[in-house]
Design a protein around this ligand. Sequence first.
Ligand SMILES: Nc1ncnc2c1ncn2[C@@H]1O[C@H](COP(=O)(O)OP(=O)(O)O)[C@@H](O)[C@H]1O
Ligand SMILES: [Mg+2]
Length: 276
Amino acid sequence: MAPRKRGMRLVIAGAKGGVGKTVLSTAIGLQAASNGRRVILVDADFNLPTLAISFDLFPEKSLGDVLRGERQIEEILVYAKDVKPAEGSIKIIPGDFDISGLGQRTRAENTSLTTQLSRLAELADLVVYDTASCSGAELDVVLPLADRVLVVMTAEPCGLAGACATLRVIQQYPDLSNCIGLLVNLAPNKPQAEQYAQHLISTAKRTLGLDVQMAGYILSDPHVREAMRTKQQFILESPNAPASMAVKRLVAQMEQNGLAGGTEDHRGFWSWFIGR
Ligand SMILES: Nc1ncnc2c1ncn2[C@@H]1O[C@H](COP(=O)(O)OP(=O)(O)O)[C@@H](O)[C@H]1O
Ligand SMILES: [Mg+2]
């Protein structure tokens, strides 16, 4: 029997805090799960891990146990409470407030964490890695295992600067150069999202030689904040809200282009509805 294809490993990155990495990681995962996919969400934010908390989970086991060599990655998976997609499933790898405290992880520790995290794709169709609001050391744990990266940026000057900083880190991984998508979040309107996106795409090409693909944009949407305030997931609570519709289109595009991980040509994977 041919070996089953492993799932896709998607890293959600962005140097600035508050751009929506965590809520979008979660919404993308939930949407893929409701399409019948087995999804694992990984809290790879070693500074401020909030993914499990956003599901109202406070697990005893976490990535810190894996880093200390006390548990295998498979042992710390938890089901997202109260979230029951029709067909698929959604599980979480909880982060650990101690990991950043462990601070100066050695290269060997980082590599071992990367190896453990990479195994998750054997258990799922899609693994989403929600990362920290910084560049450099934290991303170096997850970028070596990524099939694709989605850079989240806000449509404002410091959003642009943050996205450039993230791209400089991604540039260190040549295998990813055709796999980078840009998602503009919290956009006030479509023209501003397009303007900043085009600016980033041309800057990345000119200064870093990277072909960043436009994945889409998401408007600033009060449903997202309201869901956060009431500890709900906006894509489940308000499935027709603008942000929910945008995430559905993004995931539909991902599904259309194939969620499989691996080495196929990624050019055009993220090309999406900007300008449509
Ligand atoms: N499209 C959006 N519309 C409105 N609020 C949003 C949107 N995206 C994110 N937010 C809000 O921004 C805040 C930060 O989001 P979060 O995902 O925690 O950012 P990050 O993980 O990048 O630090 C949250 O309160 C979230 O509800
Ligand atoms: Mg976050």
